[in-house]
Design a binder for this molecule. Structure first.
Ligand SMILES: CC(C)(COP(=O)(O)OP(=O)(O)OC[C@H]1O[C@@H](n2cnc3c(N)ncnc32)[C@H](O)[C@@H]1OP(=O)(O)O)[C@@H](O)C(=O)NCCC(=O)NCCS
Length: 402
């Protein structure tokens, strides 16, 4: 078995393996799109003789972290044929991929996991939640002090496009875990609207919020009608971004304003989404949390020096790393909101895994369970200081599964 990148004439075989793992039949017309979006030289694939049996691709992400933006490797399209599973191929492809990212000087790797039990063993930690919201529109009412809604207009895709990228690009710089979308990504992933992908719903609808002549928010959604069930429609939100409270209020009023809809569904929202503040009763937006973005730290000083901090302080960390990449004792000293990280021989204040450190990295607030479950050990006060230093507002979130 060998591990190597694929060449341009192997894209079709790559996608065949993916189709086996992720239960779809690859369409030949999507091959050019694949070549455009995923650098082939960064794939790391497993070959049994000359048969392609395992895949891994990489996106070059411009990832927002607290107070900054970092170049990160986005791990994607990880698959091993059922005929070759559990023989260590994922482990070998992942090792080659991490080594490549390290050589390129990327301090972080990020991914979405098909199952949350897979990636901890490689040092990934769950850095951002993803929340599925199902809002019962018949019971939804808005909080009396929520912002007055901005004007939202329904626009055709072409009319909406310029506003979408302007609004998105401002929003993604504010929230850790979001990544920049290239023009190709917008066209091929976000705006592409194949009838085969609609699952019985409409084409995309676009609502754009305007304030003082400028776009301040947008929502991209489909509506799925069910006349057999007396016209009980569902509004399915694909993408919703608001730069102001008024835009958020306007967008959600538009969504719940579909008279025949009984439900608004959004499959991936942040834990601190504006909808939970807009509603008079947050329970109306039934929320289910699952793990969202996972992060792996490859270069501890580079990663922690690239981000900002809420409070100053100093802590000595003894880090365990199952792959040994950042194993050892480190001093993390924050002064004026910026960190200096260096190896040290001092006695540690805290002992933790590199996956626990990754869970803190994007600024999650709900991390005390790492200590109370015994995964992180050491002085309570040192832990509280570390959480106060690394926590961030807003909460981390990644806008889409890649
Ligand atoms: C997940 C997948 C890529 C694993 O590939 P594989 O070659 O069988 O994995 P390996 O043999 O290298 O296993 C490496 C380790 O991960 C574990 N592992 C692999 N898949 C796992 C899973 N789905 N759940 C839990 N653990 C898993 C193995 O038990 C092994 O553990 P160990 O080294 O501690 O003994 C493969 O099963 C697959 O293609 N699944 C369907 C597609 C998918 O889920 N891809 C992941 C997308 S994010």
């Amino acid at each position: 078995m060998t591990i190597r990148p694929i060449g341009p004439d192997e894209v079709s075989r790559f996608r065949t393996v993916l189709g086996h793992a992720f239960a779809f039949d690859p369409r030949p017309e999507s091959e050019d799109r694949f070549r455009e979006l995923y650098p082939l030289e960064r794939t790391r694939c497993a070959f049994d003789g000359d048969r392609l049996v395992g895949t891994l691709a990489c996106l070059e992400l411009e990832l927002t972290v607290p107070g900054g933006v970092v170049a990160a490797a986005g791990t994607t399209m990880v698959a091993v044929l059922p005929s070759h599973r559990r023989r260590g191929l994922l482990r070998r492809m992942m090792a080659a991929h991490l080594e490549d990212a390290r050589e390129r000087g990327e301090p972080l790797v990020a991914l979405w996991a098909s199952d949350s039990a897979i990636y901890g063993r490689f040092g990934f930690g769950m850095a951002a939640w993803s929340v599925r919201v199902q809002l019962d529109t018949r019971a939804a009412s808005f909080h009396e002090r929520s912002a007055s809604p901005a004007q939202v207009d329904l626009l055709a895709a072409d009319e909406a496009k310029p506003a979408l990228s302007t609004v998105f690009d401002r929003a993604r710089r504010e929230r850790p875990g979001m990544f920049a979308r290239s023009p190709e990504w917008w066209e091929e992933i976000r705006l592409r609207d194949d009838p085969d992908d609609r699952e019985g719903a409409t084409s995309y609808r676009y609502g754009v919020a305007q304030q003082d002549g400028h776009p301040t928010g947008y929502v991209q959604y489909r509506v799925k009608g069910d006349w057999d069930d007396h016209g009980r429609f569902t509004v399915k939100v694909q993408d919703a971004v608001a730069l102001t409270p008024e835009a958020a209020a306007g967008l959600w009023r538009l969504l719940v304003g579909h008279d025949l809809a009984v439900m608004v569904e959004a499959s991936n929202r942040p834990v601190d989404d504006h909808i939970f503040g807009l509603l008079a009763g947050p329970r109306r937006a039934a929320a289910r949390m699952v793990d969202g973005l996972w992060v792996r730290i490859l270069d501890l000083p580079a990663a922690f020096e690239a981000r900002g901090y809420r409070t100053d302080g100093r802590v000595v960390l003894e880090v365990e790393d199952p792959l040994g990449l950042v194993e050892g004792s480190w001093s993390l000293e924050v002064d004026g909101g910026r960190a200096t990280v260096s190896p040290t021989d001092e006695a540690p204040d805290l002992r933790l895994g590199v996956d626990d450190l990754a869970a803190l990295y994007l600024g999650r607030a709900d991390v005390d369970f790492l200590y109370t479950s015994g995964r992180v050990t050491g002085e309570r006060r040192a832990w509280s200081n570390l959480v106060a230093m690394t926590g961030w507002v807003p909460e981390p979130w990644c806008q889409e599964v890649f």
